[in-house]
Design a protein around this ligand. Structure first.
Ligand code: NAD
Ligand code: MG
Length: 408
């Protein structure tokens, strides 16, 4: 029986994970559930899954959580705050941790799980982008295993010989990450300027949280995934390619020196990589519909457009710069995506913000967590500053003019 901590249980990955867990009560148990501020949703999950511990990251909501759990007849430990999150990830109420918090907020609990030797299922790609070497070192020192949940990396993991092999000795020539191209694949540069948050969050193939949905629309998600693949599989940047595949059925590929290309296919449903990672090295039913290739009929592939989607090129630039550049890229992107979702900047301003921050923040070697966190903070300040000073453009200008007129 695996006791599983689902960090970010109220999110999209969290919900899919709990769906798979509930299908196998004889194998899996959700022993720890955590959320940021969604008390009601967390209580509902506790009623259904009866964990040993519920953690709410915002301490101001602990009393509310406690009251509601009592009213719902759930008896479990309750904790709050970031230290409680880290303690839950490394404590003895779980042997497996699903790192499904979004953004840099997930870094410390992911690291804590790794250090404690947990079976770590990594969805929180931002943590490996920020601190890849530190996280992998923590996994090795802790003696646990890391299985990627991100569908592309899970696919590559499935197409490689076991564990984290030496790619060259295994005859791997390159890793090919597939990208759906997002909802704006065919749009012109001019059309991209007017995109609204709701349009950006409507992904053609996947239902996901709002931050990763925007990242998929800008292709920053694929950029973060290239960095993630570099760290996870020890692949040099030049051995990682991105190919746009609008159907999202081939989740990624590994090309070997003899010309063989191994691919993992499946319907676009995160329960497949989640079930694979939960049961690894065994296999369990995930609830995902069987892939009907006859109905699919054809698969297509095309080159990514780095000019219309500069975030992908910026991520590759950060990867080759090394040091804290990837942490700075990630932080700037998080600030810019939040500003876009709050309609303070336009869609194309996201890439501009990230580019400006990469130029502004000096690079250095991230030998320890403190250096990474300082780089993250410096990049956030630079991004906030850039957004405040940038010329007002497009529809955001219309909104701001209206707001200003209302104030006068
Ligand atoms: P989401 O927004 O749906 O859920 C995020 C979860 O994190 C929620 O439970 C929320 O309460 C929690 N959270 C947010 N901020 C927090 C904070 N400051 N402190 C503590 N908890 C916090 O996000 P998601 O789409 O489920 O994505 C989660 C992670 O998985 C992201 O890193 C994303 O890139 C990655 N991922 C998601 C998908 C997908 O299909 N959704 C696919 C691949 C990778
Ligand atoms: Mg992915």
């Amino acid at each position: 029986m695996r006791n599983i901590a689902v960090l970010g249980a109220t999110g999209s990955i969290g919900g899919n994970t709990l769906d798979v867990i509930a299908r196998h009560p004889e194998r899996f148990r959700a022993s720890v559930l955590t959320a940021h501020r969604q008390v009601e949703a967390l209580v509902a999950l506790c009623v259904q899954h009866r964990p040993d511990l519920a953690v709410i990251a915002d301490p101001a909501l602990e009393a509310d959580l406690s009251r509601r759990l009592t009213a719902a007849g759930v008896r479990c430990e309750i904790a709050s705050g970031h230290a409680a999150l880290t303690a839950a990830a490394s404590g003895n109420l779980c042997d497996t941790v699903v790192a499904a918090i979004v953004g840099a907020a997930g870094l410390e609990s992911t690291l804590a799980a790794a250090r404690a030797g947990k079976h770590l299922l990594l969805a929180n790609k931002e943590s490996i982008v920020m601190a890849g070497p530190l996280l992998l070192h923590a996994v090795a020192a802790g003696g646990g295993a890391l299985v990627p949940v991100d569908s592309e990396h899970n696919a590559i993991f499935q197409c490689l010989p076991g564990g984290r092999p030496d790619l060259r000795r295994s005859g791997v020539r390159r890793l090919v990450l597939t990208a759906s191209g997002g909802p704006f694949r065919g749009r012109t540069r001019a059309e991209l300027a007017d995109i609204t948050p709701d349009q950006a969050c409507k992904h053609p193939n996947w239902v996901m949280g709002r931050k990763i949905s925007v990242d998929s629309a800008t292709l920053m998600n694929k950029g973060l995934e290239v960095i993630e693949a570099h760290h996870l599989f020890g692949a040099p940047a030049e051995a990682i390619d991105v190919v746009v595949h609008p159907q999202s059925l081939v989740h990624s590929m590994v090309e070997y020196v003899d010309g063989s290309v191994l691919a993992q296919l499946g319907n676009p449903d995160m329960r497949t990589p989640i079930a694979h990672a939960l049961a690894y090295p065994e296999r369990v039913d995930s609830g995902v519909a069987q892939l009907d290739l006859v109905q699919v009929a054809s698969l297509s592939f095309e080159k990514p457009d780095y000019e219309r989607f500069p975030c992908l090129a910026l991520a590759m630039q950060a990867l080759s710069a090394g040091g804290i550049a990837s942490a700075a890229l990630n932080a700037a992107n998080e600030v810019a995506v939040e500003a876009f979702l709050e309609r303070r900047i336009g869609f194309t301003d996201i890439a501009q913000t990230v580019a400006a921050v990469l130029d502004a923040v000096p690079n250095q070697r991230p030998d320890e967590l403190a250096t990474v966190l300082e780089a993250d903070a410096a990049a956030r300040r630079a991004a906030i500053d850039f957004i405040a000073r940038r010329p007002i453009a497009g529809r955001t200008a219309v909104h701001r003019d209206r707001a200003n007129r209302a104030l006068q």
